[in-house]
Design a protein around this ligand. Sequence first.
Ligand code: ADP
Length: 501
Amino acid sequence: MSVATIEQVNSLISPKVQKYVTSHRRMLINGDWVDAKTGDTFHVYNPATGEILSNVAAGDHADVDLAVRAARRAFEEGPWSRMTHGQRGKLIWKLADLIEENLEEFAEIESVDNGKPLAVARVADIPLATDLFRYMSGWTTKIEGQTISLSSLPQEYFAYTLREPVGVVGQIIPWNFPLLMAAWKLGPALAAGCTIVLKPAEQTPLSALRLGELIEEAGFPKGVVNIVTGYGETAGAALAAHPDIDKIAFTGSTEVGKLIVHAAAGNLKKVSLELGGKSPNIVFADADLETAIQGATNAIYFNHGQCCCAGSRLYIEKEIFDQVVEGVSANAKRINVTEGLNPQCDMGPLVSEEQLDRVLGFIESGEKEGAKTVIGGHRLGDHGYFVEPTLITNAHAGMKVIDEEIFGPVVCALPFEKTEEVATQMNQTAYGLAGAVWTKDISKAHRFAKAMRAGTVWINCYNIFDAALPFGGYKQSGWGREMGREVLEHYTEVKAVCLKM
Ligand code: ADP
């Protein structure tokens, strides 16, 4: 593992992306690229160096208000509201094509802004974003109401339902998959015919702003998608509380999710939340161990553990505990932690200094409470936010490392003896986003899939996503679902129409 010098990191950025990421960036409101009303900006950092990359407009209440007005006009008066469903679908498909044409640039922006390996952004973030837009493009012509067989009304009554766009939508997204999270949010909202004010995370606004350029190029009417950059406590809070927003969709921490719910209460806007997790990943002794060990490695270390569904509680049947811990540790030691643009990079830096401190703080708290750090546990280098892939044992429920979401490359391995024991432990969490079981016993696999209180269960695989598969949480992991046909429920209202003939 080696962390390159600041000069080496900077020398890897292509001239095109260098120019893009280092120039002052404005927000997209009503089809114009504008500065914040206050003129304020905030810094975006390169997590591989800790250096400032660019200055971005710091939107606040007044900017959010302008964006909401633009979105309202576009929803009620603009060409968007008169378009056929098919025309809307074509625009969304075109946006996917444009992203694909610019895949290399997007992958590089993501890597520089977020820290993730370029290779990962190339094969995961960007293609998953285009898939999502294409999948949602197909839905534009299939969002339908029903004719209703009335229950007790006499025959002269005829009734049907219409499924209509919910209206102006505020969307607040996190920094772990910046473009992909924008796609998960924008895709269904556009398919349903809503108009949008999107707020990217302040750590990683750059790919969303580039997406804004392509939204214009694709030909979406002005005001349909507005992108307000800024801090969560200012721009984000203003969006969540705005009285003329019909629905707020949020992805981020459970803590902030609760603030969103409070802020939304003012006008009772609809709320959907995709929040944190502490996902159980259960390896039984009868699993194909080679695959399970590789799977458990990827479950936690993919995207540096900065996934809400990361397999962070690794339950291992006692007789194979040492073997799996050694296997995952050996894999972890082979992970090349270095700057994201380095072709040899397996894991880049964490996104920010705040995350670096947070993750190291969790490891320290585990050690203080008696847990054992088997591998990793330290910062790498003295610039950038690199952390070693870490595996912890001797932890138990009640410790912060088991109960709370770390959101970093830190897995806790826990032995279990009995199937019933792990069936209880897996659900002993405030979260319920995802989980997995590794076993060759198909009945056991399905029993666990049913018993797990989580929105996604993987069997003999992990971190597998598809635009058609709904994703979201039970319990404090959220409200509602992203993707699949389910997400469209959040962006539509149902109207019952009843006629007396
Ligand atoms: P993290 O802790 O991982 O940065 P957050 O939940 O804080 O995750 O951030 C996710 C998104 O929520 C970001 O776009 C952030 O700006 C936004 N956000 C943070 N605080 C608030 C808030 N009080 N109101 C609305 N949005 C917020």
